[in-house]
Write a protein that binds this ligand. Structure first.
Ligand SMILES: [Zn+2]
Length: 364
């Protein structure tokens, strides 16, 4: 049975170990040891993600969370706000994003073991570097996992709060190489990289393109001194859309524009790099992860509440790897701020939902 005191203790133990992105060695070792102590085969893959497996019956189910936090995330001091809410002391984040997710996974496994419950085979993947671009999930060794369905425990709010769709996300970098010259004495010998970069910027998608599509030029840099024609400029931007065709269309349009600017400035060299950071998805009826979790939520008396989100999670990466992933809430609020807090009854509900999912063993 899910044990409130135990999961709260686990959560407090985990937030006592500082783990801002890039500094995860201590928490990874702790999580690996905890999973071993629960009888699982546990290890770290080459990227330092903590993976584990526990035998069971039927098709395996992947439970996932991330171990890193954002800053300020060192020396976290939890403060009780009534019997059901834990906050930070206001100088740091709390780290419920995503130590609450880690605590849920550990509690569900411990509960299954002590109840001697029949479960599906459970695979665990606790990623590093989620907050700095889904780094761990991107580099995860998927050959060490076999599950085709995943529950990612990393959304805000109660477990019924589900990420129903997430956008396709492209990033790009444009480098303009020009030629420097004295700006006052012989500007005609120069090729003004900043000026040319400005013309590239004006043709890139900016702002809200339509209800489900956005673009942004986020940074521009270049030049060294006021009185020299700049020989280098760089811009960084991104585009997102719920529809793959739309974001692909924006990319094609941007590339055409860059080629057109290049044509007008043959003495400059414009280099660009476009990358699909992660694929988007929309939970469709019939999706195995949605079917499992929506069913369990309804069995427990909750109403699934899928909502679109503007950003990516490890769930996007899993989907891109052919694992049907669903991202559910684990009771956290005001994530990535010093006002972050955890509603314990909602973390418990999350554990109950995940527990019901792992115990839903289809007769074979
Ligand atoms: Zn998170």
């Amino acid at each position: 049975m899910i044990d409130r005191d135990r999961i709260v203790r686990t959560f407090l133990d985990l937030i006592a170990i500082d783990s801002p992105s890039g500094d995860e060695d201590a928490i990874a070792a702790d999580l690996e040891a905890r999973l071993r102590a629960l009888g699982l085969e546990a290890w770290q893959d080459a990227a330092g993600n903590v993976l584990a497996r526990r035998p069971g019956q039927g098709d395996p189910l992947l439970l996932s969370a991330h171990m890193d936090t954002v800053e300020p995330g060192r020396g976290i001091t939890p403060v009780w706000d009534g019997p059901d809410i834990i906050r930070s002391d206001g100088t740091t984040i709390l780290g419920a994003d995503n130590k609450a997710g880690c605590a849920v996974i550990l509690e569900v496994i411990q509960s299954a073991t002590e109840d001697n419950a029949t479960t599906r085979p459970i695979e665990v993947a606790i990623s590093r570097g989620e907050e700095v671009g889904l780094v761990g999930a991107r580099d995860m060794d998927y050959s060490q996992l076999s599950a085709k369905v995943a529950i990612v425990i990393d959304s805000g709010g109660p477990p019924s709060s589900i990420q129903g769709q997430a956008p396709y996300h492209y990033t790009y970098t444009v480098e303009v190489h020009g030629k420097s010259a004295h700006a006052g004495l012989e500007p005609e010998k120069g090729v003004p990289a900043i000026h040319i970069a400005a013309e590239t910027v004006l043709g890139m998608p900016q702002g809200r393109i339509d209800a489900e599509t956005t673009g942004n030029v986020g940074t521009i840099s270049g030049g060294l001194v006021r009185n020299a024609v700049p020989d280098h400029a760089r811009i960084e931007g991104e585009m997102r859309s719920m529809e793959f065709e739309k974001v692909e269309g924006l990319v094609a349009h941007a590339k055409d524009h860059l080629a057109e600017v290049q044509g007008r400035y043959p003495n400059a060299r414009i280099e660009s790099d476009f990358a699909l950071e992660y694929p988007g998805y929309r939970l469709e009826p019939g999706d195995p992860a949605a079917g499992l979790v929506f069913g369990v939520l309804r069995d427990l008396g909750f109403t699934p509440d899928p909502q679109p989100v503007g950003g990516g999670t490890d769930g996007n990466i899993f989907r891109g790897k052919g694992i049907a992933a669903i991202v559910i809430g684990r009771g956290g609020y005001n994530q990535h701020t010093r006002d972050e807090y955890l509603v314990i009854p909602e973390m418990l509900q999350c554990a109950q939902v995940v527990e019901a999912a792992v115990r839903k063993v289809e007769p074979s």
